[in-house]
Ligand binder design. Structure first.
Ligand SMILES: Cc1ncc(COP(=O)(O)O)c(C=O)c1O
Length: 412
C-alpha cells in the first residue's frame, strides 16, 4: 500500500535532487540564457531560457503536489503576471465574472484589458452565490451563438470538440470565465467554492481560483473541481517578503499549454534566484501557516472584545463567512481586517505601531498592516477606515501589546 505524505511533509521533502552519494541536498540555481542542443521545444528540448529553466522545476512540481494538480505548475515573474496569463483563458469578446472585491491589481488589470475591448467584466458579490450563478447564466446566454462550450452542459475546458473543424491547436479558451478569490482581498468575504465551481462546470464555464490568502495547506480548489489555481508566491508560499513571484497550477493539459505558451511569448518569466528562494521559503510553510493562523485567531478574538472597531475574520463564529470557511478550509488564514471609524484613526494606528510594520503586502513572517483605501483604485465599497492586518509568527502577546497601544492612541 502506498503511503501518501501529508502536506507538512511534502513541503519539506519535495523537489530534492535524486538521492545519490555526495549529491547536494538542495537543487542548484541554474544561471543560463540558453541550452545546448539541436532539439527544439517541440521535441521536448529546453532550447532557451524564456521557455524553461531547471531551477523552476522543483518549485513547479512542489506546487502541483500541494494543490493536487496532475501536471507541474508554472512560475511567472509575479502574481500579477500569472493573473494576466490566466485572464487570457477567456475568448476575445467574452465575459469575465469577477468578485467586486478581489486583489486590486487583478481587478484593475482586468478593467484595463476590458477598456481595450478584449473582454467584458461583470463584478459580483462573491459571497452571494445566487447572484454569481445568475451572472454566469446571463453571460452564457449572451455569448455569441456557436461559441464553443457556451451553453449549459457545453464541453469542458480542453475538450477536443472545441477545435473540431479547425487545424488550430485547442486553447481551452471559453466565452465566459469565472474568477474566484476566497477569502477576498481585502474584505475577507468567503465564496461557496464547491457550489460555484459545480455550477460553473455545469455551464461549461472554466474557473480560476486565486488561492493566495488560504495557501494549499488550508484550501485546495482543484480538488473541488476548479480548472486553474493561482498564487502570488510573493506572499505566504515564499514567506519572507524578499521575493516577487507568481504561479499557476492546473490538471488540464490544454489549459496548461495555453498558459505556458503565454508565458513564453509574452516573456513574463521568473528569475532562477527568485524561484530558488521561494522553494527555500516553502520548506517552512506548514510551520509558518500554523503559527500565523493561531496568532490571527487569537488577535481577532481579543480585537472583537474591544469597543469602537469592527473585526472581519472568517475564524470568528459570528463572521458572515464562518460556516463556509469552516466547511471548505482547514483553517481560517492569517489575514484579518479591522474597521476604524475614520481614515484618520486608521492612519494613526499605522503611524503608532512599533512592532507591526506599516507596509503593503502580506504572508511574510513579519506582521504588516495597511489602510487599503490609501490606494486610489481600491473600490469605494471598502471602508475608509479599514486596516488589513497580515499576521506573522512573532509572539502573540507582543503583537497584541503593540496593536492595542496603537488603538489606544488612535481612538483616544
Ligand atoms: C490575492 C492576490 N493575488 C495576486 C496578487 C499579485 O501578486 P504580486 O504582487 O506577486 O504580483 C496579490 C498581491 O498582493 C494578491 O494579494
Amino acid at each position: 500500500m502506498t503511503h501518501h505524505w501529508a502536506p507538512e511533509t511534502v513541503v519539506v521533502e519535495t523537489g530534492r535532487p535524486p538521492r545519490e552519494h555526495d549529491a547536494a541536498l538542495n537543487p542548484p540555481i541554474t544561471l543560463t540564457s540558453t541550452f545546448i542542443g539541436t532539439a527544439g521545444i517541440e521535441q521536448g528540448g529546453r532550447q532557451y531560457g524564456r521557455y524553461g529553466n531547471p531551477t523552476w522545476e522543483p518549485f513547479e512540481q512542489a506546487l502541483a503536489e500541494l494543490e493536487g494538480a496532475a501536471l507541474p505548475g508554472l512560475v511567472f515573474a509575479s502574481g500579477l503576471a500569472a493573473v494576466t496569463a490566466a485572464l487570457t483563458l477567456v475568448e476575445p469578446g467574452g465575459t469575465v465574472i469577477m468578485p467586486r472585491h478581489c486583489y486590486l491589481g487583478a481587478l484593475s488589470g482586468a478593467q484595463e484589458a476590458a477598456a481595450t475591448g478584449r473582454f467584458r467584466i461583470v463584478t459580483v458579490d462573491i459571497a452571494d452565490s445566487a447572484a454569481v450563478q445568475a451572472a454566469m447564466t446571463r453571460a452564457v446566454a449572451d455569448a455569441p451563438a456557436g461559441a464553443a462550450g457556451a451553453r449549459a452542459g457545453g464541453a469542458a475546458p480542453g475538450d477536443a470538440a472545441e477545435s473540431a473543424g479547425s487545424d488550430a491547436p485547442a486553447t481551452g479558451r471559453r466565452p465566459v470565465l469565472l474568477w474566484l478569490e476566497s477569502p477576498t482581498n481585502p474584505m475577507l468575504e468567503v465564496a461557496d467554492l464547491p457550489a460555484l465551481i459545480e455550477h460553473a462546470r455545469g455551464a461549461g464555464v472554466p474557473t480560476v481560483v486565486d488561492n493566495t490568502f488560504a495557501t494549499p495547506l488550508v484550501q485546495r480548489p482543484l480538488e473541488l473541481g476548479a480548472d486553474v489555481v493561482l498564487h502570488s508566491v510573493t506572499k505566504s508560499l515564499s514567506g519572507h517578503s524578499d521575493v516577487v513571484l507568481g504561479a499557476v497550477a492546473t490538471s488540464d493539459p490544454v489549459l496548461r499549454e495555453t498558459l505556458h505558451h503565454h508565458r513564453s511569448v509574452t516573456g513574463g518569466i521568473a528569475g532562477p534566484f527568485e524561484v530558488w528562494l521561494a522553494l527555500r521559503g516553502l520548506r517552512t510553510l506548514a510551520l509558518r501557516v500554523e503559527r500565523s493562523q493561531k496568532n490571527a485567531l487569537e488577535l481577532a478574538r481579543r480585537l472583537s472584545a474591544r469597543p469602537g472597531i469592527e473585526v472581519r475574520f472568517p475564524g470568528l463564529p459570528d463572521d458572515p463567512g464562518h460556516a463556509r470557511a469552516a466547511a471548505q478550509m482547514s483553517g481560517f488564514g492569517s489575514i484579518l481586517c479591522i474597521v476604524l471609524p475614520t481614515a484618520r484613526a486608521a492612519t494613526a494606528v499605522a503611524e503608532s505601531v512599533r512592532l507591526w510594520t506599516p507596509a503593503t503586502s502580506l504572508g511574510g513572517v513579519e506582521s504588516l498592516l495597511e489602510r487599503r483605501r490609501r490606494h486610489a483604485q481600491e473600490p469605494h465599497s471598502v471602508p475608509e477606515g479599514l486596516l488589513r492586518l497580515s499576521v506573522g509568527i512573532e509572539h502573540v502577546d507582543d503583537l497584541w501589546a503593540d496593536l492595542s497601544g496603537a488603538l489606544d492612541v488612535a481612538l483616544g
